[in-house]
Design a protein around this ligand. Sequence first.
Ligand code: WTA
Length: 636
Amino acid sequence: MMRNYHIQNLQDYFKEYKKSIKNPKKFWDKIADENFVWYQRWSKVVDYNMEEANIKWFKNAKLNITKNSLDRHLSVRGDKTAIIWEPNDPKEEAQHISFNELYERVNKTANVLREMGVEKGDRVCIYLPMIPELAVTMLACAKLGAVHSVIFAGFSAAAVASRVNDCGAKMVITSDGSYRGNKVLDLKSIVDEALEKCETVEHVLVVKRTNNDVKMKEGRDYWMSEYYDKASTDFVTVIMDAEDPLFILYTSGSTGKPKGMLHTCAGYMVYTAYTFKNVFNYKENDIYWCTADIGWITGHSYILYGPLLNGATTVIFEGVPTYPDAGRFWEVIEKHKVTQFYTAPTAIRSLAKESVEWVQKHNLESLKVIGSVGEPINDEAWHWYNDNVGNKKCPIVDTWWQTETGGILISPIPFVTPTKPTYATLPLPGVQPVLMDDKRNEISGNQVTGNLCIRFPWPGIARTIWGDHQRYKETYFSAFPGKYFTGDGALRDEVGYYRITGRVDDVIIVSGHNLGTAPIEDSINEHPAVAESAIVGYPHDVKGNALYGFVILKESGEERNRENLAKEINQLISEQIGPIAKLDKIQFVSGLPKTRSGKIMRRILRKIAEGDFTNFGDTSTLLNPEVVDEIKNERI
Ligand code: WTA
């Protein structure tokens, strides 16, 4: 477990923060040195060139993250529960998996992977529901040096195929199906469909979960259990270099091509362990629960790696917040005596719509710290969470970070930083946020807003986009040279607290899921009746944002029934990306407001979608100003 760095009060925090900024090398050197097992120490703490987007931490160190997440705990807490698995159906029994057992399961699985030909450096895509095997296979990959790329099990076959192909995966691990509330999803057939378009996959391992009938392709598909049961419990950990890839995780971008963020071994390990310990005030014997899916970065860093690196007990929940009823989250907290609870504003907002009795029915006394992540938390949701879940006693850690950052960058430290509704508050030690104006000048002082950038690298920052370093550099390091650009806007208040105001690029966050407008538009445009489309977000009281599509039909499409067309468009989006990207509103238009250079003026579309018809700003550069009135008048 990480040492306690004695951030006991605000004064300590400021002291620690100053130290970390004055001498980041010394700061991280000490943390890395005191809290992990290394096969070999680093020759240099950090090497970086922000212009070229080249960043290396703990250069030449040798390690394995599983040695730190599992092996070293065995002698001190081998029998302690590492994972509490809470199944979708509350009538099915929860599993308590000890560190000893997890260690063994990881070894056996690593042996299965090796038997199937997976070697250090190979990519393995994991498309599994929230079952223990998801955690086990990720750790098995890490143990043998394979690069895991988890694909959220709500993505469609086309989305799976593009990710598998982008990283050139040698293996896919999936299950016969998954339970989500009262639904059973057939994951294997989605993989089958995806793999028709993938050349690199040699083997598919299938975990049994739902006993769905599945087709097994001879010579390609194998049941995990057949090999697992026979596998040895011994496995010699593969020694990794600090900068060897640990995993790839895809996130949305401004083009249809998936953006595979690459995280490497040492920096990610140090950063997730350090932030987990401090942001959640983690103490031995706490029971920690993060409700995210492991298919997103929050699950990677704060269900799996951060907690296990600290020897914590982490809850993995297979189900959904409303099954069998809207009390499920609170029931699970009571049942397992959860001490830290970490969820998303969209879940809070949807549960706040239900009767508060669902919460009050359960004893939530065990809770100590509650957290929020993924999107801005609005004032109302913050207070509902604080009053009803935290009972005004648990600090809310509103944690701001990204897939690209690996771990939390801005967050209150519980019991230290006074919280303020809707504010992520202060940067963690080692993190140097700056606000920039559109002319690339740094905005100094307080009570200002701007584009949120980070001045200095931290160990958890992604190193590149898999296979496309140029894109990495252009996306994150070119808008504000010498700085990492987050894509978010932020406000800094009178005392220096940060409040994230939302994306300033073409990513829209819907129910906490990042969705790029370009991939959605690409799939709409594939509809034979569609000529062109533009997507914007508009405020939604549960999802945060919902999607509004403006669609121009081809002449041939004009004859078609609009309602059917809208359904077909959403069907297409579901197939290409997944149901999460479906549009809430579709308006058929004769044109889109465009500048003379042919760029769609999304600003205007956003205002119309929001229902705000005042002040469209400067429209003098529009090629076709008349279309604005038409769109406005026919708004849905
Ligand atoms: C948004 C999730 C406001 C933000 C960890 C960021 C937030 C994007 C917060 C990254 C927060 C995340 N307050 N906005 N506490 N946390 N965001 O990659 O826009 O899925 O850039 O990582 O979510 O989403 P991602």
